[in-house]
Design a protein around this ligand. Structure first.
Ligand SMILES: [Zn+2]
Ligand SMILES: [Zn+2]
Length: 312
C-alpha cells in the first residue's frame, strides 16, 4: 500500500508518513486504484500559489485507459505530465496526447501553465487543436496568450518553420461554460457545478464506466459540491488549517473565510458528501502533521493528503 510518494526528510516527516500508513490500515483505506479500474487520478500538482519545489501548481489528470483529461494547468503542468508518463508509464500523459482540459477558475496559480499546455506539446509533435472548458474570460485569456506568442507561432509555421507541417497543434477551441453537463465522449461525462470563490468558478464531476470523481477547485464549502458527490468514489478538495490561517494577514483571513475551506468545514462537508475516498489537495498548513491531525480529529471517513505524482 502506498500512502504517498514524498521522501521523508526528517524523523518528524517519517513519523508523519508512518502515521498516515497506520491510519490507512486502521480505516481499511485502499488509496490506490483497484487493479481492474480503467480510470486513474494522477495528482500532477497539489500546490498553491506558494512556489514550493515539491508541490507543483494545481493540475490534476483524470486518465481513462490512455486518454487524459486535465483539471487546471498550474505552473509546471507539462513537465509533471511528462514525468508521470515516463516514471509511472501512464501513456495518456505523454505530452503530445494532452488535448482536453477543464479550468476551475482563472486565478493565475491555476492558469500560469496554460501557454505551456498550448505550446510545449505542439513543439514536440501534437497535431490537433486543444479543447478547453472553463468560466467566462477563458476565451479572452486564450486569445491574449495566442497573440502574446504570435512571433513564436509565425516563425514555427512559416516556410522555414519546423512545425509548418502541422500548424493546427497550437490552436485552441475555448468553451465558456455554465453549470450542467459540459462534455461527453466515449470515456467520460463531465458535469460542471458552480462553486464559491472570488470569481466565477466551477467544480467538476467526472463519470466514467467504473468511477465517479469530483474535484472542487478553490471554493468555500458549497451545497453544490455535496450534491455533485453524494457518495461518489473520490472527492478531491482544497483545505486550509486554522493554525496556518492565523499566520496570515487579516485581509487574507477574511478572504479565506469567504472563498476557501478550513479543515473543520471540509470534515463537515465530507460527512454529508460521503465520498468513498477524500483526497486533500491545494492545501496550506503549518506541517503535514498539522493537516493530518486536523482531519483525523474531525473526520472518520477515508482520506489521504495528496502528493504530487500520487495515483489513485
Ligand atoms: Zn488556487
Ligand atoms: Zn483561486
Amino acid at each position: 500500500m502506498r500512502v504517498n510518494t514524498s521522501r521523508p526528510r526528517s524523523s518528524t516527516a517519517l513519523l508523519c508518513a508512518l502515521a498516515l500508513l497506520t491510519a490507512s490500515f486502521a480505516t481499511g483505506q485502499q488509496p490506490q486504484t483497484p487493479a481492474t479500474s480503467k480510470t486513474r487520478i494522477v495528482l500532477l500538482g497539489t500546490g498553491t500559489p506558494a512556489p514550493l519545489p515539491d508541490r507543483s501548481g494545481p493540475a490534476t489528470a483524470i486518465v481513462v485507459d490512455d486518454t487524459a483529461y486535465l483539471v487546471d494547468f498550474g505552473p509546471g503542468v507539462v513537465r509533471r505530465a511528462s514525468a508521470a508518463f515516463s516514471d509511472k508509464d501512464i501513456k495518456g500523459l505523454e505530452p503530445t496526447k494532452l488535448r482536453v482540459a477543464f479550468v476551475t477558475h482563472l486565478h493565475s496559480d491555476h492558469t500560469v501553465g496554460y501557454p505551456d499546455f498550448i505550446f510545449t506539446p505542439w513543439t514536440v509533435g501534437r497535431r490537433t487543436p486543444l479543447e478547453v472548458y472553463g468560466p467566462k474570460g477563458l476565451k479572452a485569456m486564450t486569445g491574449h496568450l495566442l497573440e502574446a506568442y504570435r512571433v513564436d507561432i509565425e516563425t514555427r509555421t512559416n516556410p522555414d518553420g519546423n512545425q509548418r507541417g502541422f500548424p493546427e497543434g497550437h490552436q485552441v477551441n475555448a468553451h465558456e461554460i455554465g453549470p450542467g453537463v459540459i462534455y461527453k465522449d466515449a470515456n467520460v461525462t463531465v458535469t460542471a457545478f458552480a462553486t464559491k470563490h472570488a470569481m466565477e468558478s466551477y467544480g467538476y464531476r467526472f463519470d466514467t464506466a467504473d468511477r465517479s470523481v469530483v474535484i472542487s477547485g478553490d471554493t468555500n464549502p458549497t451545497q453544490a459540491t455535496i450534491d455533485a458527490c453524494r457518495g461518489c468514489d473520490v472527492l478531491i478538495h482544497e483545505a486550509l488549517t486554522p493554525a496556518w490561517l492565523t499566520t496570515r494577514p487579516d485581509s487574507f483571513q477574511q478572504f479565506a473565510g469567504k472563498y476557501h475551506t478550513t479543515t473543520a468545514e471540509l470534515a463537515e462537508l465530507a460527512r454529508k458528501a460521503k465520498p468513498r475516498l477524500l483526497i486533500l489537495y491545494h492545501y496550506a498548513s503549518m506541517s503535514s502533521e498539522d493537516l493530518f491531525d486536523e482531519m483525523l480529529a474531525r473526520y472518520a471517513g477515508h482520506f489521504v493528503i495528496g502528493r504530487d505524482f500520487d495515483v489513485y
